[in-house]
Ligand binder design. Structure first.
Ligand SMILES: Cc1cc2nc3c(=O)[nH]c(=O)nc-3n(C[C@H](O)[C@H](O)[C@H](O)COP(=O)(O)OP(=O)(O)OC[C@H]3O[C@@H](n4cnc5c(N)ncnc54)[C@H](O)[C@@H]3O)c2cc1C
Length: 411
Protein backbone atom coordinates (compact mmCIF):
# COMPACT_ATOMS: atom_id res chain seq x y z
CA UNK A 1 0.00 0.00 0.00
CA UNK A 2 1.32 3.46 -0.92
CA UNK A 3 2.05 5.70 2.02
CA UNK A 4 0.29 9.05 1.96
CA UNK A 5 2.69 11.85 1.16
CA UNK A 6 2.67 15.33 -0.28
CA UNK A 7 6.43 15.29 -0.71
CA UNK A 8 7.68 15.53 -4.28
CA UNK A 9 10.01 12.68 -5.21
CA UNK A 10 13.57 13.29 -6.42
CA UNK A 11 12.61 13.16 -10.12
CA UNK A 12 9.80 15.63 -9.61
CA UNK A 13 12.05 17.99 -7.66
CA UNK A 14 14.63 17.85 -10.43
CA UNK A 15 12.07 18.70 -13.11
CA UNK A 16 10.60 21.47 -10.95
CA UNK A 17 14.01 23.06 -10.37
CA UNK A 18 14.93 22.77 -14.04
CA UNK A 19 11.68 24.49 -15.08
CA UNK A 20 12.11 27.08 -12.37
CA UNK A 21 15.58 27.89 -13.76
CA UNK A 22 14.16 28.35 -17.27
CA UNK A 23 11.29 30.46 -15.91
CA UNK A 24 13.67 32.66 -13.91
CA UNK A 25 16.53 33.01 -16.39
CA UNK A 26 14.76 32.97 -19.77
CA UNK A 27 11.08 33.80 -19.34
CA UNK A 28 11.15 36.50 -16.69
CA UNK A 29 13.74 38.75 -18.37
CA UNK A 30 11.67 38.59 -21.58
CA UNK A 31 8.24 39.01 -19.99
CA UNK A 32 7.74 42.78 -20.08
CA UNK A 33 9.03 43.10 -23.65
CA UNK A 34 6.68 40.49 -25.14
CA UNK A 35 3.77 41.80 -23.11
CA UNK A 36 4.33 45.23 -24.70
CA UNK A 37 4.90 43.80 -28.18
CA UNK A 38 1.74 41.67 -27.95
CA UNK A 39 3.33 39.07 -30.19
CA UNK A 40 4.18 35.40 -29.98
CA UNK A 41 7.66 35.15 -28.39
CA UNK A 42 9.16 32.85 -31.03
CA UNK A 43 12.77 33.09 -29.72
CA UNK A 44 11.65 32.01 -26.24
CA UNK A 45 9.64 29.10 -27.65
CA UNK A 46 12.69 28.12 -29.67
CA UNK A 47 14.85 28.21 -26.56
CA UNK A 48 12.28 26.02 -24.79
CA UNK A 49 12.35 23.63 -27.76
CA UNK A 50 16.16 23.40 -27.61
CA UNK A 51 15.98 22.45 -23.94
CA UNK A 52 13.16 19.95 -24.52
CA UNK A 53 10.57 22.00 -22.63
CA UNK A 54 8.59 22.66 -25.81
CA UNK A 55 7.91 19.11 -26.97
CA UNK A 56 5.28 16.43 -26.76
CA UNK A 57 7.77 14.10 -25.06
CA UNK A 58 8.15 16.44 -22.13
CA UNK A 59 4.41 16.85 -21.55
CA UNK A 60 3.77 13.14 -22.09
CA UNK A 61 6.35 12.36 -19.40
CA UNK A 62 4.66 14.73 -16.99
CA UNK A 63 1.22 13.42 -17.94
CA UNK A 64 2.22 9.84 -17.17
CA UNK A 65 3.67 10.71 -13.76
CA UNK A 66 1.78 8.15 -11.64
CA UNK A 67 1.18 10.63 -8.79
CA UNK A 68 -0.67 13.03 -11.13
CA UNK A 69 1.52 15.92 -10.00
CA UNK A 70 3.72 16.17 -13.11
CA UNK A 71 1.44 18.46 -15.12
CA UNK A 72 0.35 20.79 -12.29
CA UNK A 73 3.93 21.16 -11.13
CA UNK A 74 5.13 22.01 -14.66
CA UNK A 75 2.28 24.49 -15.22
CA UNK A 76 2.88 26.22 -11.91
CA UNK A 77 6.57 26.79 -12.62
CA UNK A 78 6.10 28.01 -16.20
CA UNK A 79 3.25 30.37 -15.31
CA UNK A 80 5.25 31.57 -12.30
CA UNK A 81 7.81 32.63 -14.92
CA UNK A 82 5.33 34.56 -17.07
CA UNK A 83 1.75 33.73 -17.99
CA UNK A 84 1.72 35.17 -21.54
CA UNK A 85 4.94 33.46 -22.61
CA UNK A 86 3.95 30.26 -20.82
CA UNK A 87 0.66 30.14 -22.69
CA UNK A 88 2.55 30.49 -25.94
CA UNK A 89 4.65 27.51 -24.85
CA UNK A 90 1.82 25.28 -23.63
CA UNK A 91 -0.92 26.45 -26.06
CA UNK A 92 0.06 23.84 -28.63
CA UNK A 93 -0.62 21.23 -25.96
CA UNK A 94 -4.37 22.04 -26.12
CA UNK A 95 -4.47 20.94 -29.75
CA UNK A 96 -2.17 17.99 -29.07
CA UNK A 97 -4.46 16.78 -26.28
CA UNK A 98 -7.41 17.04 -28.70
CA UNK A 99 -5.59 14.64 -31.05
CA UNK A 100 -4.36 12.36 -28.25
CA UNK A 101 -7.86 12.08 -26.80
CA UNK A 102 -9.71 11.38 -30.04
CA UNK A 103 -7.19 10.45 -32.72
CA UNK A 104 -6.01 7.09 -34.02
CA UNK A 105 -2.39 6.05 -33.50
CA UNK A 106 -1.67 6.98 -37.09
CA UNK A 107 -3.18 10.45 -36.65
CA UNK A 108 -1.22 10.97 -33.45
CA UNK A 109 2.02 9.94 -35.15
CA UNK A 110 1.38 12.09 -38.22
CA UNK A 111 0.07 15.33 -36.77
CA UNK A 112 1.56 15.89 -33.34
CA UNK A 113 5.15 16.20 -34.60
CA UNK A 114 3.92 18.78 -37.13
CA UNK A 115 2.31 20.74 -34.32
CA UNK A 116 5.63 21.26 -32.53
CA UNK A 117 8.11 21.29 -35.43
CA UNK A 118 11.68 21.08 -34.15
CA UNK A 119 14.16 23.34 -32.40
CA UNK A 120 15.40 24.79 -35.70
CA UNK A 121 11.95 25.37 -37.08
CA UNK A 122 9.42 25.61 -34.26
CA UNK A 123 5.72 25.45 -35.05
CA UNK A 124 2.60 25.96 -32.98
CA UNK A 125 -0.88 24.44 -33.10
CA UNK A 126 -4.36 25.77 -32.32
CA UNK A 127 -7.47 24.19 -30.83
CA UNK A 128 -10.55 25.89 -32.25
CA UNK A 129 -13.82 25.22 -30.46
CA UNK A 130 -15.26 28.58 -29.29
CA UNK A 131 -17.40 30.63 -31.65
CA UNK A 132 -18.92 34.11 -31.48
CA UNK A 133 -22.29 32.61 -30.42
CA UNK A 134 -20.96 29.51 -28.69
CA UNK A 135 -18.66 30.28 -25.76
CA UNK A 136 -19.91 28.77 -22.50
CA UNK A 137 -22.78 27.25 -24.47
CA UNK A 138 -20.70 24.88 -26.58
CA UNK A 139 -23.81 23.08 -27.84
CA UNK A 140 -24.76 26.20 -29.84
CA UNK A 141 -21.78 25.70 -32.13
CA UNK A 142 -22.56 26.43 -35.81
CA UNK A 143 -19.41 25.53 -37.73
CA UNK A 144 -20.53 22.70 -40.00
CA UNK A 145 -18.61 19.73 -41.30
CA UNK A 146 -20.29 17.98 -44.22
CA UNK A 147 -19.01 14.72 -45.68
CA UNK A 148 -18.42 14.60 -49.45
CA UNK A 149 -18.58 10.86 -49.97
CA UNK A 150 -17.58 10.96 -53.65
CA UNK A 151 -14.24 12.54 -52.78
CA UNK A 152 -13.87 11.16 -49.25
CA UNK A 153 -13.43 14.71 -47.98
CA UNK A 154 -14.97 16.79 -45.21
CA UNK A 155 -15.99 20.36 -46.02
CA UNK A 156 -15.79 22.81 -43.11
CA UNK A 157 -17.55 26.18 -42.97
CA UNK A 158 -17.85 28.60 -40.07
CA UNK A 159 -16.06 31.11 -37.87
CA UNK A 160 -14.10 30.21 -34.75
CA UNK A 161 -13.05 32.78 -32.22
CA UNK A 162 -10.61 33.20 -29.32
CA UNK A 163 -8.32 30.55 -30.74
CA UNK A 164 -4.91 30.56 -29.04
CA UNK A 165 -2.42 30.47 -31.96
CA UNK A 166 -5.35 30.72 -34.40
CA UNK A 167 -4.19 31.53 -37.92
CA UNK A 168 -0.47 31.29 -37.09
CA UNK A 169 -0.64 27.57 -36.29
CA UNK A 170 0.87 24.94 -38.53
CA UNK A 171 -1.93 22.55 -37.60
CA UNK A 172 -5.43 23.60 -36.51
CA UNK A 173 -7.75 21.21 -34.67
CA UNK A 174 -11.31 22.33 -35.41
CA UNK A 175 -14.44 21.16 -33.63
CA UNK A 176 -17.48 21.20 -35.91
CA UNK A 177 -21.09 20.06 -36.03
CA UNK A 178 -21.75 16.87 -37.97
CA UNK A 179 -25.31 16.34 -36.65
CA UNK A 180 -27.10 19.50 -35.47
CA UNK A 181 -29.90 17.48 -33.80
CA UNK A 182 -27.57 16.06 -31.17
CA UNK A 183 -26.19 19.19 -29.49
CA UNK A 184 -22.60 18.67 -28.33
CA UNK A 185 -22.90 14.91 -28.98
CA UNK A 186 -23.16 15.77 -32.68
CA UNK A 187 -19.73 17.42 -32.73
CA UNK A 188 -16.53 15.97 -34.16
CA UNK A 189 -12.93 17.17 -34.33
CA UNK A 190 -10.93 17.62 -37.51
CA UNK A 191 -7.32 18.25 -38.35
CA UNK A 192 -6.78 21.10 -40.76
CA UNK A 193 -3.31 20.44 -42.22
CA UNK A 194 -0.74 23.20 -42.90
CA UNK A 195 -1.58 25.59 -45.77
CA UNK A 196 -5.07 24.22 -46.40
CA UNK A 197 -6.96 26.63 -48.71
CA UNK A 198 -10.00 28.33 -47.17
CA UNK A 199 -8.62 28.67 -43.62
CA UNK A 200 -7.63 32.22 -42.73
CA UNK A 201 -7.00 34.30 -39.67
CA UNK A 202 -9.70 36.81 -38.84
CA UNK A 203 -9.29 39.50 -36.22
CA UNK A 204 -6.28 39.23 -33.92
CA UNK A 205 -7.45 40.36 -30.48
CA UNK A 206 -5.72 43.11 -28.52
CA UNK A 207 -6.02 41.82 -25.00
CA UNK A 208 -6.05 42.95 -21.37
CA UNK A 209 -3.53 40.28 -20.30
CA UNK A 210 -1.48 37.27 -21.46
CA UNK A 211 -0.53 39.57 -24.33
CA UNK A 212 2.48 37.48 -25.35
CA UNK A 213 0.01 34.81 -26.42
CA UNK A 214 -1.66 35.17 -29.81
CA UNK A 215 -5.47 34.97 -29.79
CA UNK A 216 -7.49 35.29 -33.00
CA UNK A 217 -10.53 34.39 -35.02
CA UNK A 218 -10.20 31.57 -37.51
CA UNK A 219 -12.40 31.73 -40.60
CA UNK A 220 -13.23 28.51 -42.46
CA UNK A 221 -14.60 28.92 -45.99
CA UNK A 222 -15.18 25.67 -47.87
CA UNK A 223 -12.15 24.16 -46.20
CA UNK A 224 -11.71 20.67 -47.65
CA UNK A 225 -9.78 18.13 -45.63
CA UNK A 226 -9.20 14.46 -46.48
CA UNK A 227 -11.47 11.88 -44.80
CA UNK A 228 -8.45 10.78 -42.75
CA UNK A 229 -8.48 14.17 -40.96
CA UNK A 230 -11.60 13.28 -38.99
CA UNK A 231 -10.15 12.43 -35.58
CA UNK A 232 -10.90 8.83 -34.65
CA UNK A 233 -12.15 7.96 -38.16
CA UNK A 234 -15.56 7.73 -39.84
CA UNK A 235 -16.51 4.31 -38.51
CA UNK A 236 -16.07 5.37 -34.91
CA UNK A 237 -17.99 8.59 -35.56
CA UNK A 238 -20.92 6.74 -37.16
CA UNK A 239 -21.10 4.36 -34.20
CA UNK A 240 -20.97 7.23 -31.73
CA UNK A 241 -23.70 9.18 -33.55
CA UNK A 242 -25.92 6.08 -33.74
CA UNK A 243 -25.55 5.58 -29.97
CA UNK A 244 -26.32 9.26 -29.28
CA UNK A 245 -29.41 9.16 -31.55
CA UNK A 246 -30.67 6.06 -29.80
CA UNK A 247 -30.10 7.64 -26.38
CA UNK A 248 -31.83 10.85 -27.46
CA UNK A 249 -34.80 8.83 -28.77
CA UNK A 250 -35.22 6.71 -25.63
CA UNK A 251 -34.53 9.53 -23.15
CA UNK A 252 -37.15 11.81 -24.78
CA UNK A 253 -36.16 15.46 -25.18
CA UNK A 254 -32.60 14.44 -24.54
CA UNK A 255 -31.19 17.57 -26.15
CA UNK A 256 -31.05 19.20 -22.75
CA UNK A 257 -29.63 16.12 -21.07
CA UNK A 258 -26.99 15.84 -23.72
CA UNK A 259 -26.09 19.46 -23.03
CA UNK A 260 -25.92 18.80 -19.28
CA UNK A 261 -23.63 15.86 -19.80
CA UNK A 262 -21.34 18.00 -21.90
CA UNK A 263 -21.16 20.56 -19.10
CA UNK A 264 -19.89 17.89 -16.73
CA UNK A 265 -16.85 17.06 -18.84
CA UNK A 266 -13.38 18.64 -18.60
CA UNK A 267 -12.99 17.68 -14.94
CA UNK A 268 -9.65 16.11 -15.71
CA UNK A 269 -8.18 19.04 -17.68
CA UNK A 270 -9.33 21.90 -15.48
CA UNK A 271 -6.79 21.35 -12.68
CA UNK A 272 -4.04 22.20 -15.19
CA UNK A 273 -5.56 25.68 -15.59
CA UNK A 274 -5.82 25.88 -11.81
CA UNK A 275 -2.09 25.17 -11.63
CA UNK A 276 -1.36 28.01 -14.07
CA UNK A 277 -3.33 30.33 -11.77
CA UNK A 278 -1.37 29.10 -8.75
CA UNK A 279 1.86 29.97 -10.61
CA UNK A 280 0.76 33.54 -11.30
CA UNK A 281 -0.59 34.00 -7.77
CA UNK A 282 2.63 32.70 -6.21
CA UNK A 283 4.72 35.02 -8.38
CA UNK A 284 2.74 38.09 -7.30
CA UNK A 285 2.74 37.03 -3.65
CA UNK A 286 6.54 36.66 -3.65
CA UNK A 287 7.02 40.14 -5.10
CA UNK A 288 4.62 41.57 -2.52
CA UNK A 289 6.31 39.76 0.37
CA UNK A 290 9.77 41.01 -0.62
CA UNK A 291 8.49 44.53 -1.10
CA UNK A 292 6.65 44.55 2.24
CA UNK A 293 9.83 43.50 4.04
CA UNK A 294 12.00 46.18 2.45
CA UNK A 295 9.71 49.19 1.89
CA UNK A 296 9.79 51.49 4.90
CA UNK A 297 7.16 54.03 5.87
CA UNK A 298 6.77 55.72 9.25
CA UNK A 299 10.25 54.45 10.14
CA UNK A 300 9.59 50.71 9.78
CA UNK A 301 9.02 48.10 7.10
CA UNK A 302 5.39 48.13 5.97
CA UNK A 303 5.10 44.42 6.87
CA UNK A 304 5.27 45.50 10.50
CA UNK A 305 1.71 46.74 10.07
CA UNK A 306 -0.83 44.01 10.67
CA UNK A 307 -2.92 45.42 7.84
CA UNK A 308 -0.16 44.36 5.43
CA UNK A 309 1.08 41.25 7.24
CA UNK A 310 -2.42 39.78 7.52
CA UNK A 311 -3.01 40.34 3.83
CA UNK A 312 0.16 38.39 3.06
CA UNK A 313 -0.93 35.65 5.46
CA UNK A 314 -4.27 35.38 3.63
CA UNK A 315 -2.60 35.44 0.22
CA UNK A 316 -0.25 32.61 1.10
CA UNK A 317 -3.02 30.57 2.74
CA UNK A 318 -5.23 30.86 -0.33
CA UNK A 319 -2.38 29.94 -2.67
CA UNK A 320 -1.54 26.82 -0.66
CA UNK A 321 -5.21 25.85 -0.46
CA UNK A 322 -5.56 26.33 -4.23
CA UNK A 323 -2.51 24.16 -4.89
CA UNK A 324 -3.89 21.41 -2.66
CA UNK A 325 -7.21 21.43 -4.52
CA UNK A 326 -5.33 21.29 -7.83
CA UNK A 327 -3.12 18.44 -6.68
CA UNK A 328 -6.10 16.50 -5.34
CA UNK A 329 -7.98 16.82 -8.63
CA UNK A 330 -4.90 15.90 -10.69
CA UNK A 331 -4.26 12.88 -8.47
CA UNK A 332 -7.91 11.85 -8.88
CA UNK A 333 -7.67 12.15 -12.66
CA UNK A 334 -4.48 10.10 -12.83
CA UNK A 335 -5.67 7.40 -10.47
CA UNK A 336 -9.09 7.16 -12.12
CA UNK A 337 -11.15 8.35 -9.16
CA UNK A 338 -14.64 9.54 -10.12
CA UNK A 339 -15.21 13.29 -9.81
CA UNK A 340 -18.35 12.87 -7.72
CA UNK A 341 -18.27 16.47 -6.48
CA UNK A 342 -16.75 18.08 -9.59
CA UNK A 343 -13.41 18.34 -7.81
CA UNK A 344 -11.69 19.35 -11.08
CA UNK A 345 -14.00 22.33 -11.48
CA UNK A 346 -13.60 23.18 -7.79
CA UNK A 347 -9.84 23.38 -8.19
CA UNK A 348 -10.05 25.61 -11.25
CA UNK A 349 -12.67 27.86 -9.66
CA UNK A 350 -10.77 28.39 -6.43
CA UNK A 351 -7.32 28.74 -7.98
CA UNK A 352 -8.42 31.21 -10.65
CA UNK A 353 -10.35 33.39 -8.21
CA UNK A 354 -7.32 33.22 -5.90
CA UNK A 355 -5.01 34.46 -8.66
CA UNK A 356 -7.27 37.44 -9.35
CA UNK A 357 -7.53 38.34 -5.68
CA UNK A 358 -3.90 37.79 -4.76
CA UNK A 359 -2.56 39.79 -7.72
CA UNK A 360 -4.88 42.68 -6.82
CA UNK A 361 -3.64 42.55 -3.22
CA UNK A 362 -0.05 42.55 -4.49
CA UNK A 363 -0.70 45.81 -6.38
CA UNK A 364 -2.13 47.34 -3.21
CA UNK A 365 0.89 46.27 -1.14
CA UNK A 366 3.27 47.85 -3.65
CA UNK A 367 1.28 51.10 -3.57
CA UNK A 368 2.08 53.45 -6.47
CA UNK A 369 4.85 51.17 -7.68
CA UNK A 370 2.35 48.34 -7.98
CA UNK A 371 0.36 50.43 -10.40
CA UNK A 372 3.28 50.96 -12.78
CA UNK A 373 4.91 48.80 -15.43
CA UNK A 374 8.23 49.19 -13.58
CA UNK A 375 7.04 46.35 -11.37
CA UNK A 376 5.56 43.07 -12.64
CA UNK A 377 2.48 42.81 -10.42
CA UNK A 378 0.20 44.93 -12.63
CA UNK A 379 1.03 42.59 -15.54
CA UNK A 380 0.38 39.58 -13.33
CA UNK A 381 -2.99 41.05 -12.35
CA UNK A 382 -3.92 41.60 -16.00
CA UNK A 383 -2.76 38.07 -16.80
CA UNK A 384 -4.67 36.54 -13.88
CA UNK A 385 -8.01 37.73 -15.26
CA UNK A 386 -7.93 35.05 -17.95
CA UNK A 387 -8.07 32.14 -15.53
CA UNK A 388 -11.66 32.90 -14.50
CA UNK A 389 -12.66 33.02 -18.19
CA UNK A 390 -11.07 30.34 -20.35
CA UNK A 391 -11.60 26.58 -20.04
CA UNK A 392 -14.99 27.48 -18.54
CA UNK A 393 -15.75 30.72 -16.68
CA UNK A 394 -16.08 30.79 -12.88
CA UNK A 395 -19.86 30.90 -13.30
CA UNK A 396 -19.74 27.75 -15.41
CA UNK A 397 -17.50 26.03 -12.83
CA UNK A 398 -20.07 26.87 -10.14
CA UNK A 399 -22.83 25.60 -12.39
CA UNK A 400 -21.02 22.31 -12.96
CA UNK A 401 -20.25 21.91 -9.24
CA UNK A 402 -23.83 22.72 -8.26
CA UNK A 403 -25.27 20.32 -10.86
CA UNK A 404 -22.93 17.59 -9.77
CA UNK A 405 -23.79 18.04 -6.09
CA UNK A 406 -27.52 18.33 -6.59
CA UNK A 407 -27.92 15.91 -9.47
CA UNK A 408 -30.41 18.43 -10.85
CA UNK A 409 -30.30 20.46 -14.05
CA UNK A 410 -29.49 24.00 -12.84
CA UNK A 411 -30.13 26.80 -15.33
C1 LIG B 1 -7.28 34.75 -24.20
C2 LIG B 1 -8.26 33.68 -24.53
C3 LIG B 1 -7.80 32.48 -25.06
C4 LIG B 1 -8.71 31.47 -25.41
N1 LIG B 1 -8.25 30.34 -26.02
C5 LIG B 1 -9.16 29.48 -26.57
C6 LIG B 1 -8.73 28.41 -27.41
O1 LIG B 1 -7.53 28.22 -27.63
N2 LIG B 1 -9.66 27.63 -28.00
C7 LIG B 1 -11.01 27.83 -27.79
O2 LIG B 1 -11.81 27.09 -28.35
N3 LIG B 1 -11.45 28.82 -26.96
C8 LIG B 1 -10.56 29.65 -26.37
N4 LIG B 1 -10.99 30.69 -25.57
C9 LIG B 1 -12.43 30.88 -25.37
C10 LIG B 1 -12.91 30.73 -23.94
O3 LIG B 1 -12.94 29.37 -23.61
C11 LIG B 1 -14.28 31.42 -23.85
O4 LIG B 1 -14.02 32.81 -23.86
C12 LIG B 1 -15.05 31.02 -22.62
O5 LIG B 1 -15.49 29.70 -22.74
C13 LIG B 1 -16.26 31.93 -22.36
O6 LIG B 1 -17.04 32.08 -23.50
P1 LIG B 1 -17.48 33.54 -23.97
O7 LIG B 1 -16.28 34.39 -24.02
O8 LIG B 1 -18.28 33.42 -25.20
O9 LIG B 1 -18.40 34.10 -22.79
P2 LIG B 1 -19.98 33.82 -22.60
O10 LIG B 1 -20.28 32.37 -22.65
O11 LIG B 1 -20.74 34.72 -23.50
O12 LIG B 1 -20.16 34.33 -21.12
C14 LIG B 1 -20.31 35.70 -20.76
C15 LIG B 1 -20.62 35.78 -19.27
O13 LIG B 1 -21.86 35.11 -19.00
C16 LIG B 1 -21.66 34.10 -18.02
N5 LIG B 1 -22.54 32.96 -18.29
C17 LIG B 1 -22.73 32.30 -19.47
N6 LIG B 1 -23.60 31.30 -19.30
C18 LIG B 1 -23.96 31.31 -18.00
C19 LIG B 1 -24.83 30.51 -17.20
N7 LIG B 1 -25.49 29.48 -17.70
N8 LIG B 1 -24.95 30.81 -15.89
C20 LIG B 1 -24.27 31.85 -15.34
N9 LIG B 1 -23.44 32.64 -16.05
C21 LIG B 1 -23.28 32.36 -17.35
C22 LIG B 1 -20.18 33.72 -18.15
O14 LIG B 1 -19.72 33.12 -16.97
C23 LIG B 1 -19.56 35.08 -18.41
O15 LIG B 1 -19.40 35.76 -17.21
C24 LIG B 1 -10.10 31.68 -25.17
C25 LIG B 1 -10.54 32.88 -24.60
C26 LIG B 1 -9.64 33.87 -24.31
C27 LIG B 1 -10.17 35.17 -23.74
Amino acid sequence: MTEFTLDLNEDQKQVRDWLNGFAKDVMRPAAAEWDEREETPWPVIQEAAKLGIYSLDFYAQQFFDPTGLGIPMAMEELFWGDAGIALSIVGTGLAAVGVLANGTEEQIGTWIPQMYGDANDVKVAAFCSSEPDAGSDVASMRTRAVYDEAKDEWVLNGTKTWATNGGIANVHVVVAVVDPELGSKGHASFIVPPNTPGLSQGQKFKKHGIRASHTAEVVLEDVRVPGGCLLGGKEKLDERLARAREKARTAGGAGERVKNAAMATFEASRPAVGAMAVGTARAAYEVALDYAKTREQFGRPIIDNQGIAFQLADMRTRIDAARLLVWRASWMATTGKPFTSAEGSMSKLFASETAKKVTAQAIQILGGNGFTREYPVERMHRDAAIYTIFEGTSEIQRLVIARTLSGMPIR
